[in-house]
Ligand binder design. Structure first.
Ligand code: ADP
Length: 474
């Protein structure tokens, strides 16, 4: 079985969020169970060719659309048949993946649209010979549309990693990308007078999935559907939820080179040593107090507002807090403004993977008060590092965290999106830390043993590909 996996970001070549992690770890897990996967992404200027041994294959492909002629050169990792890159410096030789801090690039329709055209041409020319094309998010969502339009004998799967990002462009994109006006109708790409890439991916692919079972149900409702709930409901016969996993080689406290002291399930108490050194490094004090961390994009989705609105209360709790993130300018300036203001709150406005690893290893609790969460990787990484999770019960968080008040529970869930409900859960976790010591110790060992690897989910993807090939979905 041959799968062509398309993504706009793949770790470690380029990453802005969880999509990159999944786009690396899922193909890897699939390869391990015998699926032949090739992944393709744009070659951004920020990708380090030398470091990763990325070289030209000699293959070139030209795309001619309304916006102009675009030549792509196919690159690959030299010692691998798995990682391919499409190079066009005019489109992708830039400092950012999607846009500057001031806003998205205005030609993202052409950038990612022509990428899809180029992939389809490479299939037509026999350079890639997939049974299934697996598109991820809006950036690659025109591929199923073009494959269907051309009637190619290739099955397509569209994965939605975050429905809030759909790739919506002015209707001129129809001509800029030579899509044909017949696609500009409500049953295809048209969306309130504009062009919606992801809508096309949903309608024209043979199957659609999102990254957790709960989110798959949620996105068919107006609250989570971002205007596509009706479309998703209509196509629910081909809509699935498959929980993401994390790469256990990448996220492993036994071997992580960035953390202070390595540890395993049997030596989980060494987290204390990590905590001691982390507090020292960040100027916090009180090893005996629980350490709460937040790691993530500063975006409304992540529930940052609940943390901001709790800023009066958090300093008075017998606990330490460490917050690492970056994102929307309003949030960035708020967190920059409280840097060093409270003795028990450490703030770093940055994207810093080594620091994030130290935090996962040192923390007692991870805060994840998300407004919505398609899957979420942070909570799985945290548990792998023996850190208990305080989260809002939504999407993938509801599928991976079970409340301590339930039999077999191992985390702290709250439902209402309010600072009161959030603080109540935080205080409950503080109280649990001081008053249920032995249960706390047991749970932290327990969460390290939960299987958040790709084992189960990679099999589910493989079965889905099989069903697509056998024509069992549509
Ligand atoms: P997203 O919605 O951003 O994709 P996920 O939970 O799926 O959220 O994935 C987030 C990934 O990005 C995790 O690997 C997390 O550790 C990492 N991450 C997010 N923000 C930061 C940051 N400021 N510094 C380091 N790593 C971060």
């Amino acid at each position: 079985m041959r799968v062509l996996f398309l993504s706009s970001e793949i770790y470690p070549f380029a990453k802005t969020g969880g999509l990159a992690d999944v786009s690396a770890s899922l193909p890897k897990a699939l390869s391990e169970i015998g699926v032949h996967v090739k992944s393709v992404m744009p070659l951004y200027r920020t990708v380090d060719l030398e470091k990763f041994g990325i070289v030209p294959t000699g293959k070139k492909v030209s795309v001619s659309v309304g916006a102009g002629n675009f030549d792509f050169e196919v690159y690959k990792v030299s010692n691998s048949v798995s990682h391919y890159f499409l190079k066009n410096d005019h489109l992708f030789g830039r400092d950012y993946l999607y846009g500057t801090p001031e806003g998205d690039y205005p030609d993202n329709d052409v950038r990612f649209g022509t990428f899809c055209w180029a992939v389809v041409k490479l299939i037509e020319e026999g350079f890639f010979k997939p049974d299934v094309v697996h598109a991820n998010d809006w950036q690659t969502a025109l591929t199923p549309v073009l494959i269907s339009k051309k009637g190619l004998k290739v099955k397509t799967l569209q994965t939605i990693h975050n429905l809030a990002y759909q790739g919506i462009f002015p209707k001129e994109a129809v001509e800029r990308l030579s899509l044909g006006w017949e696609l500009f109708n409500m049953e295809a790409l048209e969306f309130w007078g504009k062009v919606n890439f992801l809508k096309g991916g949903i309608i024209f692919s043979d199957a659609v999935n999102t990254v957790s079972p709960t989110y798959a149900r949620e996105i068919t409702t107006p609250e989570f559907g971002y205007g596509l709930d009706g479309v998703l409901k209509k196509y629910s016969y081909k809509l699935f939820g498959i929980l993401n996993g994390i790469d256990y080689d990448v996220w492993n406290p036994e071997t992580d080179p960035y953390i202070y002291v390595n540890y395993s399930e049997n030596t989980v108490s060494r987290k204390e040593e990590n905590k001691r050194l982390f507090l020292k490094e960040t100027g916090l004090s009180g090893e005996e107090k629980p350490l709460f961390i937040f790691i993530g994009r500063f975006a409304k989705q992540k529930g940052i507002d609940l943390i901001m609105e709790s800023m009066e209360e958090l300093p008075s709790l017998p606990a330490n807090f460490a917050i690492l993130g970056t994102g929307d300018t309003g949030y960035n300036s708020f967190f920059n403004s409280i840097k060093g203001k409270y003795p028990n709150i450490f703030v770093e406005v940055a994207y810093d993977e080594p620091l994030s690893r130290k935090m996962y290893a040192s923390a007692d609790y991870l805060l994840m008060p998300s407004l919505y969460e398609p899957c979420g990787l942070n909570q799985m990484i945290a548990m792998r590092y023996g850190t208990l999770v305080v989260a809002r019960k939504t999407g993938g968080l509801a599928d991976t965290v079970r409340d301590v008040d339930k039999p077999g529970g191992y985390g702290f869930l709250f439902e209402e999106f309010s600072p009161e409900a959030f603080l109540k859960a935080v205080k409950k976790a503080v109280d649990f830390y001081y008053n249920s010591r032995s249960r706390f110790a047991r749970l932290r060992q327990f969460v390290m043993g939960i299987d958040f690897s790709w084992n189960n989910s990679a099999l589910k993807y493989m079965r889905l590909y099989e069903n697509l090939i056998e024509g069992k979905v549509k």
